[in-house]
Design a protein around this ligand. Structure first.
Ligand SMILES: Nc1ncnc2c1ncn2[C@@H]1O[C@H](COP(=O)(O)OP(=O)(O)O)[C@@H](O)[C@H]1O
Ligand SMILES: [Mg+2]
Length: 353
């Protein structure tokens, strides 16, 4: 069931348009991530959903109701920000109770709801602590509990993990996802971190300069990037420039190596350039491999990254990265060696936009 609909949303600040023709329908209980670089309009869209900014055009609808004339406090939306925006002079209990008190709930109901929320974030034992007595990760869990306590119809999270260190970030994102699923709450999560978005979302919106470049499942966004922007932003994709040799036969060359693509080239002519994408994990080293699913080049670097070894190889003007899983006895090719990378035909995508 569609729960949150954004229709043709526009937003300008003075002469500068920062959100354009933004369309999106979000299902009840869905976890959506807005993924994009800094300044692409993610926060602005969240703020419009929450009612802190007014769209310059378009409409926002939640649970069948237009939000156009509703103030933020009439929208029943929970929000968590990057900086731990807890009230510094209130302890954990009072922070979580805040929204319930504002809503005029009776004390007994507040007490039991706050306890429930603190149980949910596993901080029951810290109800008396003040924000300055807690780690960043704990503070963000309290911020989450505070946002959820009034039973909002939508939860908005604006880069809630960006200020935390790497290990906490990973554990807290999993906790957020678990709690979200447990409550079945419709959630929009903003991040500029592709791994974060890929790991916890039902669907991802990849944003580019105020627009949605692609909306899809993590699997689709990663494996079938719709645009060059998505391809380069999500993952460490190789973008390889190839020259069309024979359009009718889908034949291109990369440096002096000819390849027949599986996907039709479409309306191009000999000599045109086309962009091809290849995931670093798509290939493997295969001595003597030849033909349309192999490229040979000189190894220019090899980096041990723990679980994988990332090797870069020069083919014509292109430098192609590929990953090999670490394994005892693995012998990655050495810098300066000539190596052949083999992949499957369907791994080589044509990027058209
Ligand atoms: N109140 C404002 N007045 C003027 N420009 C703004 C305002 N808020 C945001 N912007 C501009 O809008 C663009 C999008 O900002 P924002 O939504 O914060 O991006 P993101 O959250 O993706 O980093 C940026 O160029 C930013 O400078
Ligand atoms: Mg932002």
């Amino acid at each position: 069931m569609t729960f949150l609909t954004l229709t043709k949303i526009q937003k300008s600040f003075g002469p500068v348009q920062v959100v354009r023709d933004f369309d999106m329908t979000i299902e009840k209980g869905e976890f959506i991530s807005f993924l994009g670089p800094s300044g692409c309009g993610k926060t602005t869209i969240l703020r419009m959903i929450a009612g802190f900014e007014t769209p310059s055009g378009g409409n926002i609808n939640i649970n069948g109701k237009t939000q156009a004339n509703l103030k933020p406090n009439q929208r029943n939306i929970g929000m968590v920000f990057q900086a731990y925006a807890l009230f510094p002079n209130m302890n954990v209990f009072d922070n979580v109770a805040f929204g319930l008190k504002i809503a005029g709930k009776p004390a007994a109901e507040i007490e039991s709801r706050v306890k429930e929320m603190l149980g949910l974030i596993r901080l029951d034992h810290l109800a008396d602590r003040f924000p300055y007595q807690m780690s960043g990760g704990q503070q963000q869990r309290v911020a989450l509990a505070r946002a959820l306590a009034p039973k909002p119809q939508v939860l908005l999270l604006d880069e809630p993990l960006s200020a935390l260190d790497a290990k906490i970030r990973v554990s807290l994102r999993e906790e957020i996802r678990m709690i979200q699923q447990q409550l079945g709450i419709t959630t929009v999560f903003v991040t500029h971190d592709q791994e974060e978005a890929l790991s916890i979302s039902d669907r991802i919106v990849v944003m580019n300069a105020g627009r949605a470049d692609q909306i899809g499942t993590p699997f689709d966004i990663y494996n079938k990037p719709a645009t060059r922007f998505v391809a380069s932003f999500v993952g460490t994709l190789n973008l390889i420039e190839a020259t069309v040799v024979d359009p009718a036969a889908n034949r291109v060359s990369i440096g002096d190596q000819g390849i027949t693509l599986r996907e039709p080239l479409g309306a191009v002519k000999a000599g045109d350039k086309v962009s091809l994408a290849l995931r670093p994990e798509a290939g493997s080293i295969a001595e003597g491999a030849k033909g349309d699913t192999a490229l040979t080049g000189e190894v220019v670097s090899s980096n041990f990254l723990g679980s994988v070894i990332r090797t870069r190889m020069k083919v014509g003007d292109a430098v192609i990265s590929f990953d090999m899983f670490n394994a005892p006895g693995l012998k990655p090719p050495a810098v300066g060696e000539i190596a052949t990378l083999r992949f499957t035909a369907s791994d080589l995508l044509i990027i058209r936009e």
